[in-house]
Design a protein around this ligand. Structure first.
Ligand code: SF4
Length: 888
């Protein structure tokens, strides 16, 4: 850290440590950095061993002094932990009048707790808050009164008042001869009072000068087109320094780092550590990112929270799917394939809700190869049974551990270093959660899981990599640090100085009067000026940068750095090698391989898919190959209620049942009991549907569906009634046919025989499809033409029966001499011959193995196809660029 005049603080701090003084820092990061610098200085002085320096943060030091008071045996209250305070505030807020109207009691309690801390630090009087404030401030004052009373009754002390309590007995404590404070931006009155009391007790108190000696002479201000290019330039600058072995610490300060953390990490990793993208690369990281991610977003913790969220009652199918794919369960690797297959089967069943209590039986029935999972689920249900009733947080903490243990969490696979650290943080979180049980309040299980989830969501977790040569920090974290090389990014005129953000529970007038942080634009400006000056002085030649545009907004430099010498991006030293992204992008050139023909199907080979072979091969040969020969299908995602396909199946079934009983047009026109026939058919259709899916529909769904089917079938019979005489032929047994060498099963919805003996093929449709989809060399819906070509009897028509509420009609083609409203008359024999030729060719191409990426109508064909990432059509501009076309 030596070598630059602007390293204004370090010498003073190291000197104080040498003299055995206690250094108190504003942040943990500064404490750690100082510890490392002290060790380096000792080594540089040729020492092999030295006494540990006394470096602590302010809260740690106050707590240490409180510990002395406890050791002295005086009668002292119990100091609450942070989560305990939060739980207590929540209890107070929830119990207050009007709490029912609060949308977010948890967030309200958090803001109230912050207001309480600020009120003590800045010496705001509760009576003054009540007097000067609005309704919110008065509500806060009321909660604060109850919070204080509860603490008094129970003998608890919160951290906002800890410094005042320590101060009361400061004369009886063993104090250091001198303390030196470093890196503080503000000294609130509470802290100043404490320091005065300290000084009065004989301790020498020194505050390091917070202002730098002056801005680095070589500071420059550089614009970049957008935030991404600005970040990449900063990463390339850092790599250039590393490559040429530049001495000293490299800092990159990013304004708004917390909100851009993932993007910043990706850019820095891509430029500084492309090898980290290769699995198993265990080199130490060359950069440290100070902003953490919520603990709940780390996979190991997310998996634990997901497991705790499962209940023996109904769970969303997606939660059960997550359980089956959870890699942190016992047997997850061994049973990976079997569990994935079970997931697929459950999705196909289509149940939106799945009872946790049914899972072991489901596993046994449908989960071949999932024996370990079945055993775990039984253990889990036992553990659930033992933890069904409401209990306190510490009891829940133990119960949660048992529930996770029942699943064998976190599994058998050795954890990597990040997972170990996350596991450690999780254990700490569970014990923090347990500590919130001090109020003795019992919670239901769902409430306890939600609270634990909230805690994991607000706890920022960052694995340790701090010794890295490049430090990427937020603006405030850079407080008190200095660097040999510094880049400050994101200081544009829309973000710096930031907006005022006063606490809503404290009267603004009082906040301004006391000069509290973030209370007004003036206060923000003053703060931003101070931070900017410090950053300017934190290195000899700092680079300040800003984007010129973000989305639609045009941006300029922050007015606080407008006076810094402007420089063009080209003037900044930057590593010129390719980033990981560029390497990957460039490598595709050598991967080019035209491979669009699969091995042909053997003569005897059986082919699944039936008529779908023709539909998919016609739409896109690659899709037919991938779905029907490779089995690359989209996984189902059950919806609440019945999905459109299930509702279509029911409509088919009710009309099939109805005509099985009526048989002829004459019966339709003469029987008086048509309503009863339709009612019986609707019952039969639902019964069949339930039998096929293996369990009944919820009663309310079934009743609604029965009603819908009756109405729709009765309306459809009115359409049939208008026709000339016909007879519905009893559906034939399943039969097979072959076209173009592809064998398929024939299951025609309905065949009507007319009085002259010719027949009509009828296909029920609940969607919107028209006979236009049968035409062209690549027909969109080849199923009915296919049936037409293999029917073998004289044909009078090939028809869709469109059965949709409010849209009931026949549409299709009839022979020249047949009349049916809505249908076009054609030479049906000639049409069938043309279809035969087209379909034989399509079937033949499938058998030959033609599998090129060739969507029939470009984007329109691809829009609903799930295979876009497999076929990579987006990388194939010719195939993907179809016209949008008009949809049926
Ligand atoms: S996304 Fe388009 S090109 Fe790719 S398989 Fe599907 S239809 Fe074919």
């Amino acid at each position: 850290m030596g070598g630059f005049e602007g390293l204004w603080m370090l010498k003073q701090l190291l000197g104080a440590l040498e003299r055995g003084e206690t250094v108190i820092t504003a942040t943990r990061r500064l404490a750690r950095t100082l510890g490392r610098e002290y060790a380096s200085a000792q080594q540089a002085a040729g020492r092999g061993a030295w006494e540990s320096p006394r470096i602590v943060t302010w809260p740690e030091w106050v707590e240490e002094l409180w510990g002395q008071r406890l050791l002295a045996g005086s009668d002292a209250p119990v100091v609450l932990g942070g989560w305990q305070e939060q739980a207590l505030w929540e209890r107070v807020v929830r119990a207050s009048a009007g709490a029912d109207g609060l949308l977010e009691p948890h967030g309200t309690a958090e803001t109230a707790r912050e207001a309480w801390r600020l009120a003590h630090e800045w010496r705001l009087d509760m009576a003054a808050i009540r007097r000067a404030g609005n309704e919110d401030a008065r509500a806060f004052a009321g909660w604060a009164g109850r919070f204080a009373a509860l603490c008094r009754e129970e003998g608890w002390l919160d951290r906002a008042r800890l410094a005042d309590e320590v101060k009361k007995g400061i004369g009886r404590l063993r104090l250091p001869a001198a303390v030196l404070l470093a890196g503080f931006d503000d000294y609130p009155p509470q802290q100043l009072d404490f320091l005065s009391a300290l000084a009065a007790s004989g301790c020498t108190v020194t505050r390091t000068a917070v202002e730098p000696a002056g801005p680095g002479a070589g500071a420059v201000l550089v614009p970049f087109p957008d935030p991404d290019r600005e970040l990449e330039a900063a990463a390339r600058w850092a790599r250039a320094l590393l490559e040429r072995g530049a001495a000293g610490r490299i800092g990159v300060v990013v304004h708004g780092l917390a909100g851009r953390r993932d993007r910043v990490e990706r850019v820095f990793r891509g430029v500084l550590e492309p090898a980290a993208l290769i699995e198993g690369d265990a080199r130490p990281s060359s950069f440290n990112l100070s902003a953490g991610r919520p603990l709940s977003s780390w996979p190991l913790v997310r998996s634990a929270l997901a497991l705790l969220g499962l209940t023996p009652g109904d769970n969303a199918w997606s939660d059960i799917s997550g359980l089956l794919r959870n890699p942190y369960l016992e047997g997850a690797d061994r049973e990976q394939g079997a569990r994935a297959a079970l997931d697929r089967r459950l999705r196909r069943r289509g149940d939106f809700l799945i009872a946790g209590s049914s899972l072991p039986a489901l596993c046994r029935r449908e989960g071949a190869g999932c024996a370990v999972l079945e055993r775990l689920l039984r253990k889990w249900l036992e553990a659930c049974g033992a933890s069904a009733s409401p209990r306190t947080a510490d009891e829940w903490s133990r119960a949660f551990s048992s529930l996770l243990e029942a699943f064998g969490w976190p599994g058998e696979r050795p954890l990597d270093s990040l997972e170990f650290q996350a596991l450690d943080a999780w254990s700490g979180l569970l014990s923090d959660f347990a500590s919130t049980g001090l109020t003795g309040e019992a919670m239901a299980r769902g409430e306890a899981v939600a609270m634990l989830g909230r805690m994991a969501g607000s706890l920022m977790f960052q694995p340790e990599t701090e010794g890295a040569p490049v430090q990427v920090l937020g603006l405030l974290e850079a407080s008190g640090l200095s660097f040999e090389h510094l880049w400050v990014a994101g200081l544009h005129d829309g973000s710096w100085p930031g907006p005022a953000n006063p606490n809503p529970f404290l009267p603004i007038g009082l906040q301004k009067e006391k000069g509290m942080p973030r209370c007004s634009p003036e206060r923000e400006l003053e703060f931003a000026v101070r931070i900017t000056r410090r950053l300017l002085g934190s290195a000899a030649d700092p680079v300040f940068s800003h984007p010129l545009r973000e989305g639609d907004r045009e941006l300029g430099p922050s007015p606080l750095v407008a006076g810094v010498r402007r420089a063009a991006p080209e003037e900044i030293e930057r590593w010129a090698g390719p980033s990981a992204e560029e390497v990957i992008r460039a490598s595709r050139v050598i991967e080019t391989l035209v491979d669009e023909t699969a091995p042909p199907l053997g003569e005897q080979a059986r082919q699944r898919g039936g008529t779908r072979v023709f539909q998919l091969q016609s739409a896109c040969p690659f899709r037919a190959f991938a779905e029907l020969r490779l089995g690359a299908e989209k996984l189902e995602s059950p919806l609440p209620g019945l999905d459109p396909a299930a509702r279509g199946t029911l409509v088919h079934a009710v009309l099939e049942e109805t005509w099985r009983e009526l048989k002829t047009h004459a019966a339709l026109c003469s029987r008086p009991d048509i309503d009863e026939v339709v009612a019986r058919s609707a019952d039969g259709a639902i019964g069949r549907f339930e039998h096929e899916r293996g369990h009944p529909l919820p009663a309310r769904f079934a009743a609604l569906e029965r009603q819908r089917l009756r109405r729709l079938a009765a309306d459809w019979l009115e359409v049939d009634r208008e026709r000339e005489s016909f007879e519905v032929i009893e559906p034939e047994e399943e039969k097979y046919a072959e076209t173009g060498g592809v064998r398929f099963r024939v299951k025609i919805d309905r065949v009507d025989r007319l009085a002259d003996g010719r027949e009509m093929i009828v296909d029920y449709k609940t969607g919107i499809t028209t006979p236009r989809s049968w035409e062209s060399d690549r027909p969109e819906e080849p199923q009915l033409p296919l049936y037409g070509t293999i029917h073998g009897k004289p044909l009078a028509g090939v028809l869709y029966a469109r059965v949709r509420a409010g849209d009931l009609r026949f549409i299709g083609l009839v022979d020249d001499d047949v009349t049916l409203p809505g249908c076009e008359r054609v030479d049906l024999g000639a049409k069938v011959e043309r279809w035969r030729a087209v379909l034989a060719r399509i079937g033949g191409e499938f058998r030959e193995g033609r599998a090129e990426v060739d969507p029939r109508d470009g984007d329109r064909t691809c829009r609903y196809c799930p295979l876009g990432t497999l076929c990579r059509v987006s990388e194939c501009p010719v195939a993907g660029a179809g016209d949008e076309g008009e949809e049926d």
